[in-house]
Design a protein around this ligand. Structure first.
Ligand SMILES: C[S@@+](CC[C@H](N)C(=O)[O-])C[C@H]1O[C@@H](n2cnc3c(N)ncnc32)[C@H](O)[C@@H]1O
Length: 209
């Protein structure tokens, strides 16, 4: 928790309670349905919670905006972001039913009012979103193909609507096609070693290539 407050000093009491509860809830659910690797569950705050919150350091979501988390698994990055932005509407989608079951239970136990969990492939989801977030789901060309029609044309935020994807390593080949892509290094924001190779990739709705 100290780690979260170090980088997000403005969390209110309710958010602190929800973040404190997260490790207990996931430890409990992970014993029944494995959604987080054993090694990762002990380091849930750095590897899952703070990593997810890296997106918030790049883009703060406005009240009334809509965010889609594609391939959310057990709820990352969607759940930590939903705690952080309680007035933004989050839709978390995953094609594996038991993962969405965990998300639903976590949402209930944390008392989150702004999260909808859907068990389906993202290709089958309708609706338009300001931003689409994700981590560890697909290479960018497949991902862009899946979500293309799901980004709202009108932007509420100063930054143009688009994709905010948590990725790591050398992305030069994968992102070669996208001239308007911006890559933000999380190591510039978080000093812990875990973030040394981690990035947030932003792809605005209109891209060339
Ligand atoms: C490696 S896991 C990552 C989970 C989570 N985002 C995280 O970082 O902890 C990838 C997830 O993407 C989901 N997935 C893959 N393709 C999908 C699709 N087309 N639509 C919805 N979910 C998908 C899988 O079911 C799986 O749960």
């Amino acid at each position: 928790m100290k780690l979260l407050v170090k980088y997000f000093p403005d969390l209110d009491d309710n958010q602190i309670k929800q973040f404190e509860k997260i490790s207990e809830v996931y430890k409990d659910w992970n014993q029944k349905i494995n959604v987080v690797s054993r090694k990762d569950i002990d380091e849930i705050y750095i590897r899952h919670v703070l990593h997810s919150m890296g997106i918030a350091k790049i883009q703060a979501f406005l009240p009334g905006s809509k965010v889609l988390d594609v391939g959310t698994g057990g709820g990352f990055p969607g759940i930590p972001l939903a705690i952080l932005f309680p007035e933004t509407e989050f839709t978390l989608v995953d094609s594996i039913g038991k993962k969405i079951k965990v998300v639903e239970e976590v949402v209930e136990e944390l008392g989150l009012q702004n999260v909808k969990a859907i068990n389906d492939r993202v290709e089958n989801i309708s609706g338009e979103f300001d931003f689409i977030v994700s981590r560890a789901v697909a290479v960018m060309p497949s991902f862009v193909h899946w979500v293309k029609g799901k980004i709202a044309k009108r932007s509420l935020h100063e930054r143009k609507n688009g994709i905010l994807y948590l990725k790591g390593g050398d992305l030069s080949d994968e992102l070669e096609l996208y001239r308007t892509v911006e890559v933000f290094e999380l190591s510039d924001i978080f000093e812990e070693e875990f973030f040394d190779t981690k990035k947030v990739v932003y792809l605005p709705m209109k891209y060339k290539g």
